[in-house]
Design a protein around this ligand. Sequence first.
Ligand code: ADP
Ligand code: ADP
Length: 239
Amino acid sequence: MSLLQVEGLGKYYNQQTKVLKDINFEVESGEFISIIGPSGAGKSSLLRCINRMVDISEGHVVFDGEDVGSMKKSELRRLRTNIGMIFQHYNLVPRLTVIENVLHGRFGYKSTLQGVLGRFTEDEKEKAFELLGKLGIADHAYKRCDQLSGGQQQRVGICRALIQEPKLILCDEPIASLDPNSSKIIMDYLRKITNEMGITCLVNLHQVDVAKEYADRIIGLNKGEIVFDGPSNMLYEDR
Ligand code: ADP
Ligand code: ADP
């Protein structure tokens, strides 16, 4: 069984025009896929339907055998630990430290606010440090997130997703706010997550060249419809 099945997915906001129309694809465990398309194509909406940050208007999203569209609140919480999310603007809590941001990815925001680091066990902190080390930012663990560069903040975002031990990571334009050098670092790490940890990645990108360089498979979206789904080397720049 595939890790993710998207069947006849349709999405509209406020009963208005459909931003996703009859989307069908499957994702196998261990795939690294880039979703490409111009701004407004529906890439972000697609990822948000997969982890139910928005309601599904039509069709089905089946993750790990379960229908995401009919999940209740408690089931959604579990879904979101299995599906990590990485955002264009990092979505960190700026006034918390790096290590606190990573820990609250797994153990909750409130507990961080109440007791800060004291509330976490040594094991939990060790795990967070291990991830920060892997992403090359352990030295910044006690800095406030808003003192880091964009590329460093995105690495914190990756650690926060990874500490949940997700099966799937959804990345919504992870490099759109970064310079080419930081973009390369982030894309290299994302690729490593799939190659070395076996975690499936779906990465929204608007740069076709980056998608072709990193992804095994590309799904092209335009005006809410799939216009390409195949191996990266089958996608031509002039399409
Ligand atoms: P992309 O990520 O490819 O830029 P989006 O999924 O963000 O595409 O947007 C697809 C379309 O849906 C756009 O026309 C956008 O304006 C619209 N849209 C996105 N989010 C909302 C929302 N919360 N309410 C209404 N329309 C939205
Ligand atoms: P970014 O590209 O930085 O993620 P977007 O413009 O795609 O920013 O979306 C920012 C927020 O605005 C999102 O929460 C999205 O759902 C919402 N949004 C996008 N387009 C619309 C729209 N047409 N109407 C209402 N909300 C929208």
